[in-house]
Design a protein around this ligand. Structure first.
Ligand SMILES: *Cc1c(COP(=O)(O)O)cnc(C)c1O
Length: 424
């Protein structure tokens, strides 16, 4: 596969942008080689600047559950464009969008729109601290909640890929407000609350982890978090930036039947534009300025373009519940048949092939995966036109635009890899 134009651009980019990319994992450090520079997308496919075609299982890291250039979203954007790109004043669509989100995710009684998932988790945490008058937060190893200072402790995603446990540039005092515990360990949460219960403002969790690869909660884990936080007067924050509108219209909280106090949303919510939200109980959210003393603001928050894309996306998902059956069926087909020595984790349309016998239930078990073998697998697939996340520690996604033929071709290409490498 010729990628000479991508190679030229990547060389150039590295002089101007750290690592040549605007988000670290895009640089392919976890797998080596040159990232294809993307020229366009359509449905389940993307084309790079050298004209190579890929079946895309990254989908902009989650947002594109209906595929690239989904017509209702594109139409909404064209309509919005004609009216103006930003006003910095309230608009009718923000009300419509807030209603729509509340209908899809009923625990979100009130919400604020922001521009990125990072902003959503950062703000949710501030609100949790302001509301409870406490400083500490519990997070889980391998979960990623954006690049919020205090949450970049044992974080997943790019941190896991690059082997960075704790980032430089975060004051120790910030990191000290975070208690990082093993995902799926109820005992660890119990004992942290025993020790610091009256100082813990919130537990923040990816209810199904995507950012150390896909790792589901064990039976009873989310229930235990709900119960323990309630007993100690701490808030439960579901970071559903990835799982929201993906695992069900109402996200993981609908799928698992647990009601958090606060929820963060992003990715799918913006239909591929920069948009995220945080929200939850009205008594908590009304403590935010101007109705309360907790400050949070944004020049472009509720941006008309992003809100229009979000409305088109959520309206479509709400009126087409079969989307969730389609993506789940396709993902099941994709992950049905893996050879010994490989663990496949899948929840709905999120999946990861871990190159370890497993089981993979937390960061300790995820990092046992053979990243060298993943790297071979990744390049084998990429060179045959299948675009997976360039890291062992990321989830893959299926969209409703993926056809059975797309999946069959992907399965066959993977099968050839397993057969070829077994023979070695
Ligand atoms: C992607 C992600 C974020 C960060 O969102 P950005 O828009 O990249 O800032 C936060 N939490 C989770 C669970 C995510 O998957």
């Amino acid at each position: 596969m010729n990628r000479s134009r991508s190679e030229e651009l990547f060389a150039c980019a590295q002089n101007l942008i750290p690592g040549g990319v605007n988000s670290p994992v895009r640089a392919f450090r976890g797998v080596g080689g040159t990232p294809p520079f993307i020229a366009r997308g359509q449905g389940s496919r993307m084309w790079d600047v050298d004209g190579n075609e890929y079946i895309d299982y990254v989908l902009s890291w989650g947002p594109l559950i209906l595929g690239h250039c989904f017509p209702p979203v594109m139409d909404a954007l064209r309509e919005a464009l004609a009216i103006g790109t930003s006003f910095g004043a309230p608009t009718e669509r923000e009300v419509e969008f807030a209603e729509l989100i509340h209908e899809c995710v009923p625990s979100v009684e009130m919400l604020r729109l922001v521009n990125s998932g990072t902003e959503a988790t950062m703000s949710a945490l501030r609100v949790a601290r302001g509301f409870t008058g406490r400083d500490l937060t519990i997070k889980f190893e391998g979960c990623y909640h954006g690049h919020v200072d205090s949450l970049l402790v044992k974080a997943g995603s790019g941190m896991a890929t690059l082997g960075i446990a704790d980032t430089v540039g975060v004051p120790e005092a910030f990191a000290a407000t975070t208690i990082a515990l093993p995902f799926n360990s109820i005992a660890a949460v119990e004992s942290a609350f025993q020790a610091h219960g009256d100082k813990i403002a919130a537990v923040i969790v990816e209810p199904v982890v995507g950012n150390m690869g896909c790792v589901p909660p064990v039976d009873g884990f989310l229930e235990a978090l709900r119960d323990i936080t309630a007993r100690h007067g701490a808030l439960l924050i579901f970071d559903e930036v990835m799982t929201g509108f993906r695992l069900a219209l109402g996200g993981a909280q609908q799928r698992f039947g647990i009601q958090p106090d606060l929820t963060t949303l992003g990715k799918i919510a913006g239909g591929g534009l920069p948009l995220a939200a945080y929200g939850g109980r009205a008594d908590i959210m009304s403590k935010i300025a101007p109705t309360g003393p907790i400050y949070q603001a944004g020049t472009l928050s509720g941006n008309p373009m992003a809100v229009s894309a979000g409305i088109a996306m959520l309206r479509y998902l709400k009126s087409h519940p079969e989307v969730y059956e389609i993506v789940e069926d396709r993902a099941a087909q994709l992950t049905a048949d893996v050879p010994d020595g490989i663990t496949v984790n899948r929840v709905g349309s999120m999946f990861t092939f871990f190159f370890t016998p497993g089981p993979v239930t937390d960061w300790e078990s995820a990092k046992r995966a053979d990243t060298g073998r993943f790297r071979q697998f990744f390049h084998w697939m990429l060179d045959r036109g299948i675009y997976l996340a360039p890291s062992q520690f990321e989830a893959g996604f299926v969209s409703a635009a993926h056809s059975e033929q797309d999946i069959a071709r992907t399965v066959e290409t993977a099968r050839q890899f397993f057969a070829a490498t077994k023979a070695e």
